[in-house]
Design a protein around this ligand. Structure first.
Ligand code: GLN
Length: 199
């Protein structure tokens, strides 16, 4: 039964900085076990990974090379990865407006611009529509990035105000906003429906 499978899935949440607790709570609401990930060895216990929102420069600094390498290897082998806001920035191939020492994980073929909405409207909430979630869901944007380029096989799942705000490439899903800060769990459920690597 599909529900049985969902329940057994263990999903890691990178827990170095940012709103990883909210993602762990969202997973609990989906009746899925969430596992905080801090070290490369932690990744062995999970079937999928979430990179939370927060501050991508800080996360990049705290991410030890062993863990970054393991994430890249597992992702290449098909492990589903979801990145929200700062997590999207970490997943990108190229970052505009990043710190010089901010090396992205290059999990998804997009370029992003950090803090692209500017000071005037640096945070807002909007209703975002996507076929992936079967309708419209509230989305919280906080100093959100914008997708400036994407490879032809990167699918746009949602657009808001002419900007691509949700993308998918294979098992990698990146959102410019924070579904974890709303009570709507459909983006998490959509992520959980992606099938992973076989280990
Ligand atoms: N602006 C932040 C960054 O560059 C992202 C903000 C967020 O995750 N809400 O990392």
């Amino acid at each position: 039964m599909p529900n049985e499978r969902l329940r057994r899935k263990r999903v890691g949440v990178l827990a170095l900085q940012g709103d990883f607790r909210e993602h762990l709570a969202a997973l609990r609401a989906c009746e899925v076990e969430g596992v905080p990930i801090r070290l490369a060895a932690d990744l062995d216990a999970v079937d999928a990974l979430i990179l939370p929102g927060g501050e991508s420069t800080t996360m990049a600094r705290l991410l030890e090379p062993g863990l970054a390498g393991s994430i890249q290897r597992r992702s290449a082998a098909g492990m589903p990865v979801l990145g929200t806001c700062a997590g999207m920035i970490l997943m990108a191939r190229k970052i505009h407006g990043g710190r010089a020492d901010q090396e992205p994980l290059k999990l998804i073929d997009i370029s992003v611009r950090r803090n692209a909405y500017g000071r005037q409207i640096d945070s807002f909430e909007a209703e975002v529509e996507s076929r992936a979630i079967g309708g419209t869901a509230p989305a919280v944007f906080i100093r959100a990035p914008q997708v400036t380029e994407r490879a032809p096989d990167v699918q746009e799942l949602a657009n808001h105000g002419g900007q691509t705000v949700a993308v998918k490439q294979g098992n990698r899903l990146a959102l410019a906003f924070h579904p974890e800060l709303t009570p709507d769990r459909r983006w998490h459920q959509y992520f959980l429906s992606l099938n992973g690597d076989h280990r």
